[in-house]
Design a protein around this ligand. Structure first.
Ligand SMILES: [Fe+2]
Length: 261
């Protein structure tokens, strides 16, 4: 069944003339109707503010720069520390547009996310530190990764394009009594002159993503992704397909964002 679905989506890509055997990058956003607003999601409790990080990662030593603006768009290492972030590396890229399908340049995009083991670099993320994997019962220790940058920022170029290099974050318990686990996700905040600030969350899909089947189960059961405050089409856009690209080891996913004035 899974293969059938995958083959179908690949066939559709070929129908649109967008795929070749060697360069196929599967992406929901390829099919996106231009101008449709991206679904908004809540900020969540772990947005990095100046006094909230447990590990005050700052690649820019300028103390006047807010902590969430003091790092670049590569979250897989921290400058000055000899090591690489644990986890499956991915490139997340996309185009920021407005409701008229015009690219928005010069916008600031901030992302923040958990480490590979599902831990945020945030003082508020202390409950349920260790939890049992619902599949195996094995204890998962949620730990900070000193080589993971935890958050990053970039500016869209003249074509409205942005890019981040990061890792697939871990899942983590949101409410153990309810059996609710947050699926791996990346928080996004978009600030563009002339537009209201936009906040959302991006989710993962793809056969090459480790534990993809389990992640899709978590996506289906996640109260935030399944909220009625976004449309089914918007929900689909928030779940990004990752596939191997031309550059090498990282998987690539395309997450285009459309915001309205
Ligand atoms: Fe989160």
């Amino acid at each position: 069944m899974k293969n059938k679905t995958r083959n179908m989506s690949r066939r559709k890509l070929f129908q649109w003339g967008l795929g070749t055997a060697s360069t196929l990058v599967v992406s929901h956003s390829v099919a996106k109707v231009c101008g449709a607003e991206t679904g908004a999601q809540g900020l969540g409790p772990f947005f990095p503010r100046p006094d909230t990080p447990v590990d005050p990662i700052k690649e820019n030593p300028d103390g006047s720069v807010p902590i969430f603006l003091s790092n670049d768009n590569d979250l897989t290492f921290v400058r000055g520390r000899k090591g690489t972030a644990s986890g499956q590396q991915v490139i997340v890229r996309g185009v920021l547009r407005n409701e008229n399908c015009e690219p928005i340049s010069g916008a600031t995009i901030i992302i923040w996310q958990a480490s590979e083991s599902g831990r945020y670099n945030h003082k508020g993320d202390s409950a349920n530190s260790d939890f049992k994997d619902p599949r195996s019962g094995k204890l998962i220790k949620r730990t900070l990764d000193p080589f993971f940058q935890s958050w990053g920022q970039t500016t869209t170029n003249e074509h409205g394009e942005y890019e981040f290099k990061t890792i697939v974050p871990g899942f983590y318990p949101a409410d153990l009594n309810a059996g609710w686990y947050r699926p791996p996700h990346i928080h996004f905040m978009v600030s563009a002159t002339g537009y209201p600030q936009f906040v959302t969350q991006m989710y993962f899909e793809g056969e090459a993503i480790a534990d993809n089947a389990f992640i899709q189960e978590l996506n289906e059961k996640d109260f935030l992704l399944q909220t009625n405050s976004i449309t089914p089409a918007q929900r689909k856009e928030l779940v990004v397909s990752f596939d191997s690209g031309l550059r090498g080891k990282e998987l690539i996913g395309q997450f285009d964002i459309t915001i309205k004035r």
